[in-house]
Design a binder for this molecule. Structure first.
Ligand code: GMT
Length: 376
C-alpha cells in the first residue's frame, strides 16, 4: 500500500507512534509518506519506502494564526495525486482529522481518499472536549473512514464525550529488538558517578504530566536511599520543576538532560521510571521502560493500569500521592532481587502484549478493511 501519515513532528507520544508505525509499515513492504511541517521526531531514516513531504507555511501579516490545517489539506491532495496514495492515517484528531476530511472532500471528484484517525489522548480528554473544539472534533471523528483509540479507556471516553461509540482499540506498541536492556557502564557512571540509584522520568513536561511530583518524591526517597533523578524531555513545566529542585537544594541530583535521541539507552540504565500523570490514555514511556526491564511507578489513571500491572512489573498509586510514590520507590530501590523480578516480568508483559508483531498487523488489517469497503 501507499500510505500517507500525518502526526505532530514535535516530542510526544502521538508523534512517536506515528513515526514508528511508519517505520514498521515500511519494513513490511509498504511505502509511507509522512506529511507534516517538519520531520517527525525519531524519524531519521528516509529512503525509497519512507518519504517526507513538508507542509510549507508562509507568514502573512494578516494571519495572526497561520491556517496550518488548510495548508495541510492542500498538501495531502498534492501528495495523493503525485504519489497515488491509497489511504491517509491521521494521528491526533485535531487538526489532522479535520484536514484529512477537507482533503478527501476536495479530492472526491477525482478519487476517494479514505482516512483513518487514531485518537491518542488529550485530543479527546483535554483539547477536544473544550467547548471551542468539541463540535469540530466530533465531526472529524464521525467523518473518519475508521477510528482507533490507543486504549479501552480512551475509546470509552470518546463514547462518553463525543457519542462516538465502538471505536476500535489498537494499543501503543514496542519493537522488542530496539527496546531491550543493554548494559552501558559509561552512561550509568556519567549519570550516577557516586553509584547512586537512578530514577527516571520521560515526557513532554506538560502540566498533565505533574513532573514536580517526581522532585517532591525524590526529596522523600533520599531520606533512605542515595538516588538521583534524570528528567528526559522538555516542555512548559520545566522551569517550575528546576526551581523546585533548587528549593529542595537538589539541583545537583536532578539532571534535566532534554530530549535524547536514543531513549532506550537511558531507560536501560535506570532503576525505576516515574509516571505521575494526572491523566494518561496509554503511557508509551511506561511501556518503553518495561521493555527495557525497568520497573515503573505510575498513577492509577486512564490506560496506565493496562500497561503497569500493580505488584507485577511496578506499582500504581493515586494521583498526587507523593508519600506512596516515595514508599514504593524505596521498596524497589533498596531490594535488587525485587527490582530484577519486576523488570523481568515487565519485559515479558511488554513483549507478550504490545510487540510490533502483534499490533502492526491490526493497523494493516484496518487499512485493508477500509479499502475493501471503498471498492464495493
Ligand atoms: O501528551 C499528550 O497528551 C498527547 C499525546 C502526544 O502526542 O504525546 O500523548 C498521548 O499519546 C500517547 C501515544 O498514543 C500515549 O501513550 C499518551 O498516554 C497520551 N498522553 C496522554 O493521554 C496525556
Amino acid at each position: 500500500m501507499n500510505i500517507g501519515i500525518t502526526c505532530f513532528p514535535t516530542y510526544g507520544g502521538s508523534g512517536i507512534v506515528g513515526s514508528e508505525l511508519g517505520r514498521e509499515l515500511a519494513a513490511r513492504g509498504h511505502t509511507v509518506h509522512f506529511i507534516s511541517y517538519a520531520l517527525p521526531t525519531r524519524l531519521c531514516e528516509l529512503g525509497e519506502r519512507i518519504r517526507f513531504h513538508e507542509v510549507e507555511m508562509f507568514d502573512y501579516p494578516l494571519f495572526e494564526f497561520p491556517p496550518y490545517d488548510l495548508a495541510l489539506a492542500s498538501k495531502i491532495i498534492e501528495v495523493a495525486e503525485a504519489e497515488r496514495l491509497d489511504i491517509m492515517h491521521m494521528h491526533y484528531a485535531i487538526p489532522h482529522a479535520t484536514a484529512a476530511y477537507l482533503a478527501r472532500e476536495m479530492y472526491r471528484p477525482t478519487r476517494y481518499l479514505p482516512f483513518v484517525t487514531t485518537l491518542h489522548g488529550t485530543d479527546i480528554t483535554l483539547v477536544g472536549a473544550r467547548r471551542s473544539f468539541l463540535p469540530i472534533t466530533r465531526f472529524s471523528i464521525a467523518e473518519s473512514d475508521a477510528v482507533t483509540a490507543v486504549s479501552r479507556f480512551l475509546a470509552d471516553e470518546t463514547c462518553k464525550t463525543f457519542g462516538q461509540c465502538g471505536v476500535e482499540v489498537i494499543p501503543n506498541f514496542i519493537n522488542s529488538s530496539m527496546y531491550w536492556r543493554r548494559p552501558n557502564e559509561g552512561l550509568r557512571e556519567t549519570l550516577a558517578p557516586g553509584g547512586e540509584m537512578l530514577i527516571m522520568h520521560v515526557s513532554n513536561f506538560r502540566p498533565v504530566k505533574r513532573i514536580e511530583d517526581c522532585i517532591h518524591a525524590l526529596a522523600r526517597i533520599r531520606r533512605s536511599v542515595r538516588a538521583r533523578l534524570v528528567m528526559c524531555g522538555d516542555g512548559p513545566a520545566r522551569d517550575a520543576a528546576e526551581r523546585l529542585a533548587r528549593e529542595y537544594d537538589l539541583s545537583g541530583d536532578v539532571l534535566f538532560i532534554g530530549q535524547v535521541p536514543n531513549i532506550a539507552d537511558y531507560l536501560s540504565v535506570a532503576d525505576l521510571l516515574l509516571v505521575p500523570s494526572e491523566t494518561e490514555s496509554f503511557g508509551l514511556a511506561a511501556l518503553e521502560a518495561l521493555a527495557c526491564e525497568t520497573p515503573v511507578i505510575a498513577t492509577r489513571v486512564g490506560g496506565l493500569p493496562d500497561v503497569v500491572r500493580d505488584g507485577e512489573n511496578g506499582y500504581l498509586v493515586e494521583v498526587g500521592e507523593i508519600d506512596a510514590i516515595a514508599e514504593r520507590a524505596v521498596e524497589i530501590l533498596s531490594d535488587a532481587d525485587l527490582r530484577r523480578a519486576l523488570g523481568a516480568r515487565g519485559r515479558e508483559w511488554a513483549v507478550d502484549q504490545f510487540n510490533t508483531e502483534r499490533v502492526i498487523p491490526q493497523y494493516i488489517a484496518l487499512y485493508e478493511k477500509v479499502l475493501r469497503r471503498q471498492e464495493r
